[in-house]
Design a binder for this molecule. Sequence first.
Ligand SMILES: Cc1cc2nc3c(=O)[nH]c(=O)nc-3n(C[C@H](O)[C@H](O)[C@H](O)COP(=O)(O)OP(=O)(O)OC[C@H]3O[C@@H](n4cnc5c(N)ncnc54)[C@H](O)[C@@H]3O)c2cc1C
Length: 277
Amino acid sequence: MQILRNEPMKNRTTLRIGGRVRELIIPESEEELMECAGRADLILGRGSNLLVTDGELDICVVSTEMLRDIVFDGDKVTAGAGVTLTELAVRCAEMGLGGLEFAYGIPGSVGGAVFMNAGAYGGEMKDVITSVRAITGGKIVDIPNEECGFSYRASRFQQGGIVASATFKLRRRDKGEIRAKMRELGDKRREKQPLEFPSAGSTFKRPEGYFAAALIEEAGLKGAAVGSAQVSEKHAGFLINRGGATFDDFTALMEKVQREVYSRSGVELEPEVRIIK
Ligand SMILES: Cc1cc2nc3c(=O)[nH]c(=O)nc-3n(C[C@H](O)[C@H](O)[C@H](O)COP(=O)(O)OP(=O)(O)OC[C@H]3O[C@@H](n4cnc5c(N)ncnc54)[C@H](O)[C@@H]3O)c2cc1C
């Protein structure tokens, strides 16, 4: 397996923020993942939900990027932790298997999506997963959906464990219909989201009964900036990096948004992005 030293995390996160980590290990199989699991301080998927501090980080990161197997079995598919959701949705569409259309365009990996119970447009990982194969307590085990502790943007893996792969149950559907749905959702994303700027998607979770973007907009914060970190003018739920934003810019902007939304509406915004410092 490849081991990189002093690897800059800003090249590995969609926010383009983050200092150098002591080592970054890239296992190429489940066995190699097992071998290096004990050394991992952080598991890295596609870095699309991560805000990493600047400067030197004395940590070992294990990247799942090479765990890319996709195995079909009837209406089930098992995908390695490093497969991207978009690639998986496209491969399933080619096989005439529907159910993952909602995940098309989420720029994360299967592992990161299980960890976050990622979702969009009315679908969530928990609706389509049958089981997750994970390393926990030094062993590899198959964990059925009901034991994954899925809830809104949460799973048991946030308390520990490394996702090696996940099995999804899909349903036969016309390929043209699946593709049309994915195209429609992709267009919606391009129209509504500031995909031209680095971001980690929605910075805050949806507070019960509200929408984070609406609360931020109502607090007059659309376009507000700290350094090069800015509340997107296109979608106030996205905090973006306009180029060269630092970790401190980004966290200061997050705190400003939380403070001003709270003072205007009394709602506490909880970060969805995972902060590593
Ligand atoms: C433009 C844009 C749009 C987005 N749209 C959506 C959306 O519609 N819906 C949505 O839910 N999210 C969305 N996101 C956020 C993000 O894509 C998801 O949270 C995704 O699931 C993160 O996956 P990742 O592989 O990038 O995880 P990373 O950012 O690499 O990691 C996130 C967390 O998961 C952990 N993790 C990653 N892999 C594993 C593993 N194999 N085992 C254990 N832990 C692991 C990491 O340690 C970290 O704590 C968006 C992001 C962007 C940039």
